[in-house]
Every structure is written in structure tokens, then in C-alpha cells.
Design a protein around this ligand. Sequence first.
Ligand SMILES: Cc1cc2nc3c(=O)[nH]c(=O)nc-3n(C[C@H](O)[C@H](O)[C@H](O)COP(=O)(O)OP(=O)(O)OC[C@H]3O[C@@H](n4cnc5c(N)ncnc54)[C@H](O)[C@@H]3O)c2cc1C
Length: 391
Amino acid sequence: MSHSSDKQLSSSEQADGRFFGEQLDDFRLEVRSILAKLLAGRSVADGAASWMGADTSFSRALAAQGLIGISWPEKYGGGGRSLLFRHVLTEELLAAGAPAAAHWVADRQVGPMLLRFGTEEQRAMFLPRIIAADIFFCIGLSEPDAGSDLASVRTRASLAEGGYRVSGTKLWTSGAHISQYMLTLCRTSDSGSHRHAGLSQFIIPLDSPGITIRPVLMHSGEHHFNEVILDDCFVPSTLRVGAEGQGWAQVTSELGIERSGPERYLSTFPLLRQIVSELEGDPGEAAIDAIGQAAAHLLTLHQMSQAVAELLHAGGDPNVAAAIVKDLGADFEQMIPEIGMRLIDAAPMPESADPYASALAKTLTYAPAISLRGGTREVLRGIVARDLGLR
Ligand SMILES: Cc1cc2nc3c(=O)[nH]c(=O)nc-3n(C[C@H](O)[C@H](O)[C@H](O)COP(=O)(O)OP(=O)(O)OC[C@H]3O[C@@H](n4cnc5c(N)ncnc54)[C@H](O)[C@@H]3O)c2cc1C
């Protein structure tokens, strides 16, 4: 995987990069100690929810420590640090099993999207409030007939006086029920011969007239997903993000960030930690082998993901590398509960007082989603195949 050479990095960037790794190490220890305080008393099962777990008060406490939007410009209240610091922060949040879902997509996608494509007015309106965890966002891409095939979105935004009227249905919208805004991909004109044409993005306030949010419960009964129905909902032109018709290019430009981060290999880390703690003392040879292999995979994924962060930092195009990180990371994350079940004789029990049994149950509930969310396994492999000239 390629990354920037010394020559391409300016001296301030070098201060952030691997040559000045002590700064990142210091930051890691600082974050670890903040999280130890903020998360004291939480159960192992809560931690196993990983970034599916939402707790708005945790997000606010993190914001109070200056840990949301840390790579955004200081003039909006951001931390002004490089993406490499964000990478470290994300690793620590996930390793600690922090319930970061409430602010997750705003921090990862919405902020960077506004910094790249938004107007100055939009940045001033939203970024400081995201950084303070005053507002939360969800992402409205998927629809009943548009998941992997995102270009078939049918939610339509039609021109009206001063803005657009939006109608359609979004599905699998994580966290819409705790968010104030949805970054929404809509069709603004017919695609014609080019199926990626005619799409645009909007920030839609979820309290607008014409919006209904319906829960879609998981088989465990948990409320994570929603169906968001938009019925002739008015959105002012000032809330369109980027130029009309540029939605596809904008959405796909963020995929490198979305697919390469630590959330693609650390989602089940809290269970791995618990497995190690269960086996402590007298692990046996099979356990030593399995945990050793898992640790080696983890370190490799960490290095691959960090290389993509460095590539992003240097302005490179990481989409294929990110697809590989996500595909290999999903295999790794789904392997962790299997290792636990092979090595430890305990059944998964959601409400058990045994921390391992309850963490295993939680992880097993979420594990199938890992190779679906953010691009399915087949779709990712299709991207790699295309890059190799195989399709
Ligand atoms: C935990 C989780 C959170 C999510 N959060 C959000 C969210 O907040 N906002 C949002 O908009 N969406 C969200 N999604 C939806 C997610 O993006 C979609 O589930 C995903 O894009 C797959 O779409 P689909 O479910 O319609 O499956 P489909 O696209 O119908 O795919 C079904 C199966 O067919 C395979 N397949 C599809 N196309 C091809 C192809 N061309 N070649 C080979 N095989 C193919 C797929 O790999 C898959 O196995 C979330 C999903 C999960 C699991």
C-alpha cells in the first residue's frame, strides 16, 4: 500500500506523521486516561456494542474534552490536528468500547463533507454545534430498493420556490431517532444515459413538516435502525450541500474515510479483550495460537488502516486500499466471537451476570451487520477486481 514520501510532507505535517510518532503516542495516552474516567463503571456487554452504542451524554462529555472534530479547523472550534490524531482517537474509543454512535457520522462524514463541499454559511451553522455535541446527524443513503446499488435512489427533490420539495423513503437509517438532521442523497433530475448523474445531497432538519421516523427493531429488540419517510418535505436551497447533480461524486469521495478507519477492525475488540481475560492463567496451547494469530492480524490491520490515513492526509485517493481494509477487517471482526466459542465453554446469554457470556451475546447480535454496513463483502471485492482489471 503506498503512502506519502518524506519529500511530499511539509514540516508541520511531518510533526504529525510517523517520524514524530511520540506526539501521537502522548495523545493516545491522554485519550486513554480521559476515557478511563468517562467510562468508569460501564459493563463489558455495554462496551461490546461498540460504535452501535449511542449515549448522547457520553458524546457531550467527550465534546467537553475537545474530542469531537479534532481534525477540523480551529476557526469553527475544531482541534486543528491532522487525520492521524483522529485515527488514534478512534482506535482508543473503539478499544475502550465507548458508546460513540450519537456523534459518529457527523464527526466522520458530515463535517468533512461540509469542509470540502459546503458553503461558508453551512460550515458556520453546523460545525461548531457538532463539535459541542449539541446536534447529531444521521445518513440517509439506503432505500428499500437502493442499498448496494445506491445509484437507484428514488427519493426525489423537486425544485420549488426558495428550495426543494422532497418525497421518498430512506431505510436502515442508523440513529435517526436521536438525530436532529439527516444528510440525504436525493434524485434532483433523471439520470439519462449516465446512472450516477442527477443526484444531490441535502441536510434535512428531521423536525420538518412531512417527515415520519419509524423504528425498525433488530431481532434482539434494540432500536438502532429507522425508516424515514419524507412526504413533500420542504428543504431550503441553502441546505443543499455542493452543486446540484454532484451528489454521487461527493458521496463516493468520502468512501475512503468511511471504509478504512479503525471501526473496520476494532468493532469486536472488547470481546477479544474479555476472551483474553477469561483465558488468563492457564490458556493452553490452542488458545495461545488463536490469540497470537488474532493479535498478528490486528497489528497488520492497524498498520494498513494507518497507511490509508497517511495517504488521505497527503491528499491521495485511497478507495481501493480502503475497500481492502474493510474487507479484511470484516473477516477479522467476525472471527473474534468464533474464537471465543471455540476456546471457552460458555453459551452466549444476553442478560447474564457473566461478563463474557453477555459480551459474546451482544457481539454475536451485531456480527452479521459487519460485512453489510458501509459496503458489502461482494461489493468491496468487486471494487478490487475492477482495479485489477478483472471486470
Ligand atoms: C449496521 C448497519 C448500519 C447501517 N446504517 C445505515 C445508515 O445509517 N444509513 C444508510 O443509508 N444505510 C445504512 N445501512 C444500510 C447499508 O448501507 C446497506 O445495508 C448496504 O448498502 C447493503 O444494501 P442492502 O441491505 O439493500 O443489500 P443489497 O444491496 O440488496 O444486497 C443483498 C446481497 O446481495 C449482494 N449484492 C448486491 N449487489 C451485488 C453485486 N453487484 N455483485 C455481487 N453481489 C451483490 C450483497 O453483497 C448482499 O450480500 C446500514 C446497514 C447496517 C447493516
